[in-house]
Design a binder for this molecule. Structure first.
Ligand code: UDP
Length: 318
């Protein structure tokens, strides 16, 4: 198969490219490096099954030749990434998704849209099932990401209804692992980098907000199962092991042993960073289990060990 991965130089996109190539597929990756990095795909550049096109899919998403699938992963995805690039985030969710869908339609390819748990906003239903419509502040600072992804889902469904395009929608919950950008500001890179430097771990507020963290290889596994399935309705993919941010800080400190002397400190970040910060988040993965036969396998301990090892190396190079 020949598969296009938009956002292929991003954290998740680069793992998707790597996995597809390992399975024997040909991969075309597109990225404009707004938040992705050439380093994430450097090891794939010489592979004859890998081609890279530097482009902003909000402007242009064209590819010659046969195409079996389009995986639309292009977007800033961390709160710092989309708060720093609000218009680009809205454009890639809207124009970019439109261009990627059009390419899939012209090529007769199936299409997978990377969506997010952020479509649920600060959820009033817990854990979140796919049937929940969400609680999003449409004019808040996070809306540039949340509403762009909600629009992308709506457009994807419209193309399924109108053209009979074989579309898939994955709602990705918090994911972590090697190749997260050191400075992307999310809780995992922040805590892991702080632990590697033996600096204090910065818990925002009182640390009582909850998240559930999925290791990247588990996520990619679920994503590819969905791509090759016949399911056009959204499917949550994430790890249901919910914990508070404070508990997560303690887990990172433990994974940094022996030798991690970081303390945990409670800080107030810039206001927009925690404005509309969802207080609780945990996926209901009943549909992923039933439809895809998927559930996460990598424990938090193992995933954090791998992530810390990657950060140690990346930070020593930096
Ligand atoms: N957070 C924190 N310290 C940090 C970075 C984030 O306590 O250094 C908190 C943040 O306020 C939120 C949670 O960790 O409650 C997850 O934030 P993240 O930026 O990773 O992504 P989100 O899940 O909000 O998209």
């Amino acid at each position: 198969m020949r598969i296009l991965v938009t956002g292929g130089a991003g954290f998740i996109g680069s793992h998707v490219c790597e996995r597809l190539i390992a399975e024997g597929h040909a991969v075309a990756a597109m990225d404009n490096f707004i938040t992705g990095s050439p380093a994430n795909i450097a090891h794939l550049r010489d592979n004859p099954n890998f081609e890279f096109i530097e482009t902003d899919i909000s402007e242009r998403c064209d590819l010659d030749g046969p195409l079996d699938a389009v995986m639309n992963l292009a977007s800033p995805a961390s709160p710092v990434g989309y708060l720093d690039n609000p218009i680009a985030t809205m454009r890639v969710g809207s124009h970019g998704t439109y261009n990627a869908l059009e390419l899939a339609r012209r090529a007769g390819a199936r299409f997978l849209q990377a969506s997010t748990s952020e479509v649920y906003g600060d959820p009033l239903e817990h854990p979140q099932r796919e049937t929940y419509w969400g609680n999003v502040n449409c004019i808040g600072v996070r809306s540039v990401y949340d509403e762009a992804k909600r629009y992308a889902e709506a457009l994807t469904m419209a193309c399924w209804r109108t053209y009979g395009l074989r579309t898939r929608i994955i709602r990705i919950f918090n994911t972590y692992g090697p190749r997260m950008a050191l400075n992307d500001g999310r809780v995992v890179p922040n805590f892991v980098a702080q632990a590697v430097r033996n600096e204090p771990l910065t818990v925002y507020g009182d640390g009582s907000a909850t998240r559930a963290f999925c290791y990247v290889s588990d996520l990619v596994d679920g994503m590819l199962r969905l791509l090759w399935s016949d399911e056009h309705m959204p499917v949550n993919v994430g790890n249901p092991s919910e914990m508070t941010v404070l508990q997560f800080a303690q887990a990172v400190r433990a994974a940094g042993q022996p030798g991690c002397t970081s303390e945990i400190v409670f800080v107030q970040p810039r206001a927009e960073r925690i404005s509309d910060d969802p207080q609780r988040r945990r996926p209901d993965i009943s549909r992923a289990r039933a439809i895809l036969g998927w559930e996460p396998r990598v424990s938090l301990e193992e995933g954090l060990r791998n992530t810390i090892a990657y950060f140690r190396k990346a930070m020593s190079h930096a």
